[in-house]
Design a binder for this molecule. Structure first.
Ligand code: UDX
Length: 444
């Protein structure tokens, strides 16, 4: 099948490569000429494990190419996947202007029946709106092609995006005609034959809600366990063991019950807000989601409180943040807890420095003049306290001795429960983590 992908970001580029891998003839389009030029050179413009290898394979096979020309991308394709950003507006609702622009582009450049597929996460009812836009544009242009809208949400995680796409837990798509359903069946048939994953076929609105509800539920689990961790801190329980104990119940499961300094990334913060906004808009406020968000924000405050408990005031103290990316395996800083902490600690006068194995250039671009390190040992040297923000392997591998030798004061606040508290505390560190055994009282 001939397929176009509009927007070659994390979702778009990985999807484009996967579709090509399943034998389709794929063209990736973006209006960012610089990104397109990098891709035309055969290079991924962001870091994602396994992506470069997959691109090499499908580009060499002649099944994936890139263009900055919308007419070239959209003419002659059966399906156009919209993978453009839907960044949050002030009120928490997503900005759908880019998606609307894709609908207009498709109406303008299609030269045969085309299915426009939303892969970007969008509120329910977006599909109907896009169909209206296309109908109006077609009338204006004097065209009458069959252009329908479908929803096919993406569940890939950054850092494991290639693996998630090639071996998904499920495929979900929502369509409003047999024709549209047939197009998507044919897109995914090679994957279903190869991987045997379940397929949920439904209507457009249901598919849109599946995506929002899935992300909101996962974020709720994280905030739930973070709230439990607060209680564990107070009663001397261990939240990791609590999560293990809960996780053995097949109805609960262990996934997304890791306590820490909160979720970040391009999806959870935005999607929780967007779903809450949609709920208010349709007259059924979903207050649980407001609390999910509030708990997430309070986890960062907890880190600052723990630092204050040890260091008294933070003005003039050197704090090293271990990890900047919102999770390991990516250089993405969107809504990363470390980014918020850098800002919040700098505001109270701390001298912040940041270690990250892959994201220092992005941190420097965001915070000009910030001291950043690609290597963890010099980052620790002479700091008054270390805060684990991302559980990179290089951070997990740090021993109590590494900290004791390098830090000016032996203080570690582990926002990802990356270390064993017994090992850290028994070695003499003032070690704090989230909902587990921590250094007692104040530093003496
Ligand atoms: C998420 C969804 O998992 C994915 O299905 C969707 O398509 C996009 O959003 P992603 O944002 O890439 O993926 O990362 P994910 O692995 O889900 O982690 C999100 C955040 O939650 C990270 O900051 C992570 O550190 C945090 N997290 C995750 C926790 O704090 N605890 C957990 O138990 C799991």
């Amino acid at each position: 099948m001939r397929i176009a992908i509009v927007g070659v970001g994390h979702v778009g580029l990985v999807s484009a490569a996967a579709f090509a891998r399943w034998g389709h003839d794929v063209v990736g389009y973006d209006d960012d000429a610089e990104k397109v030029a990098t891709l035309q050179d055969g290079r991924a413009w962001f870091y994602e494990p396994g992506l470069q290898e997959l691109l090499d394979e499908v580009i060499a096979a002649g099944r994936l190419r890139f263009t900055a020309d919308p007419a070239e991308a959209i003419g002659g394709v059966e399906a156009v996947f919209a993978c453009v950003g839907t960044p949050p507006l002030e009120d928490g609702s997503p900005n759908l202007a880019y998606l609307e622009a894709v609908a207009r582009t498709v109406a303008e450049h299609s030269d045969s029946d085309t299915l426009l597929v939303e892969k970007s996460t969008v509120p329910a009812s977006t599909g109907r709106r896009l169909e209206q836009v296309i109908a109006r544009e077609q009338t204006r242009l004097g065209k009458s092609l069959r252009i329908e809208v479908a929803s096919n949400p993406e569940f890939l995680r950054e850092g494991t995006a290639v693996e998630d796409t090639l071996h998904p837990d499920r495929i979900v798509y929502g369509t409003s005609s047999d024709w549209a359903r047939d197009v998507l069946r044919r897109v995914y048939q090679p994957l279903v034959d190869e991987d045997g994953c379940p397929v949920v076929e439904t209507d457009v609105a249901t598919s849109e809600v599946i995506k929002h509800a899935s992300n909101a539920f996962l974020a709720t689990r994280i905030s739930f366990i973070n709230a439990v961790a607060r209680i564990c801190d107070q009663v001397g329980a261990d939240v990791e063991v609590v999560a293990d104990g809960m996780g053995h119940d097949a109805r609960i499961g262990r996934g997304f019950l890791s306590a820490g300094l909160g979720y970040g990334g391009s999806c959870f913060p935005k999607d929780v807000d967007a779903f809450a906004h949609l709920a208010r808009q349709v007259g059924v406020p979903f207050r649980l989601l407001d609390e999910v968000r509030a708990i997430n924000v309070s986890q960062r405050r907890l880190i600052v409180d723990k630092l204050r408990q040890e260091l008294w005031h933070l003005d003039g103290k050197t704090i090293v943040l271990l990890g900047a990316a919102f999770k390991p395996g990516t250089d993405d800083l969107r809504e990363a807890p470390a980014v918020h902490l850098t800002r919040e600690l700098a505001e109270v006068g701390a001298d912040v420095r940041v270690y990250d194995p892959v994201a220092t250039a992005q941190m420097e671009a965001m915070f000009p003049g910030l001291a950043t390190f690609d290597d963890v040992t010099p980052a620790l040297a002479g700091a008054h306290a270390a805060v684990v923000c991302t559980e990179w392997e290089q951070v997990r591998a740090l021993t109590p001795d590494d900290y004791l030798r390098a830090l000016a004061y032996p203080i570690v606040v582990d926002g990802r429960n990356a270390h064993d508290p017994d090992v850290m505390l028994d070695a003499g560190l003032r070690y704090h983590s989230i909902g587990r055994r921590s250094a007692a009282g104040q530093a003496g």
